[in-house]
Design a protein around this ligand. Structure first.
Ligand code: KMH
Ligand code: ZN
Length: 294
């Protein structure tokens, strides 16, 4: 197992070598934006989430990025519910459990920080504010710094979400000021195609990858119509993949997604064609610096 204390970076080559031959697939099954009434296949109950997790694990996912809903299927950061969700996912799958600290655009900084108390393996950590359609997804520097420091204190591995090129500059600042993340390895997710963020195309992906810290691994996700262009660009550039109904609810033009598993199956098939088949969760733990199962 790979682990280190905050401030200590693993040799970049060791971390990169663990991820070279395979593709890490993260599934983001729910998100905070789609409604159950409009998207009936969206997993919103714990039972639906666990079924989705098992199907996506079988299809090739190694990480699950989790947003949860309340009894009315509305986004919530209720801590007791988050703890139950982490426990249930750990009991029923070997997926790496990554909780969203982004939540919904309406969530308070305090509630987003408290997500870490649910003790997930990993969490998302967005590296800057971005326009988000008609809303603003707010991530000012003091909040980013506090959230990162808390991941280091609690031993949660952050995944740095990059919605725009300036977010990569903030990531450099964060690492320079506070040192390496728990686990010693930097892994980023390029979230592309959000209206207000960087566009989801190959040229932008190449520019974003060039802006990441040396030794970082990265995945990419293309929101909405940019799903496939970003997926192909990421595979061709040696990156990893995030797919799921948080990011797209259309499988093809005019054809709604029937479930998260078909998005993971498609990603796994394309990764296989690229000679980089899906990475197993235990190998992903080594690459990401996530400690063994709790
Ligand atoms: N729901 C978005 C406002 C994250 O999970 O960390 C933020 C988001 C990012 O989904
Ligand atoms: Zn999310």
């Amino acid at each position: 197992m790979t682990s280190s204390s905050p401030g200590e970076l693993l040799p970049a080559a060791a971390a990169a070598a663990a991820g070279q031959a395979a593709t890490l697939i993260t599934v983001a099954p729910t998100g905070a934006e789609s409604g159950k009434a409009a998207v009936p296949a969206l997993p919103v109950t714990l039972g639906e989430l666990l079924n989705t997790a098992a199907e996506c694990r079988a299809a090739g996912a190694a990480v699950i990025h989790v947003h949860i809903r309340d009894d009315q299927a509305c986004p919530t950061l209720d801590l007791a519910r988050l703890k139950d969700t982490v426990r249930a996912l750990r009991e029923s799958t070997d997926l790496i459990v990554q909780l969203s600290t982004g939540g919904a655009v309406t969530d308070s900084f305090e509630d987003r920080l408290a997500v870490l108390e649910a003790a997930p393996d990993a969490c998302s950590l967005t590296c800057g504010t971005v326009n988000f359609g008609d809303e603003v997804f707010s991530n000012p520097w003091p909040f980013i710094r506090d959230l990162y420091a808390r991941t280091q204190e609690l031993g949660v591995v952050p995944e740095f979400e990059i919605f725009d090129l300036g977010h990569a500059a903030t990531l450099h600042r964060l690492l320079a000021d506070l040192g390496a993340p728990h686990g010693g390895h930097v892994h980023c997710d390029l979230v592309m195609g959000v209206p207000g963020g960087m566009p989801g195309d190959a040229a932008t992906l190449a520019a974003a990858v060039a802006a990441l810290p040396d030794g970082a691994t990265w995945s990419a996700t293309g929101v909405g119509r940019s799903t496939l262009p970003v997926l192909f660009a990421a595979l061709s550039a040696g990156g990893h993949l995030r797919v799921g109904m948080e990011d797209t609810i259309s499988f093809a033009r005019g054809r709604p997604v029937t479930g998260n598993a078909e998005l993971v199956q498609r990603a796994a098939a394309l990764a296989g064609l690229a000679q980089r088949p899906p990475m197993l969760p235990d190998d992903a733990r080594v690459m990401l610096g996530v400690n063994g199962r709790h």
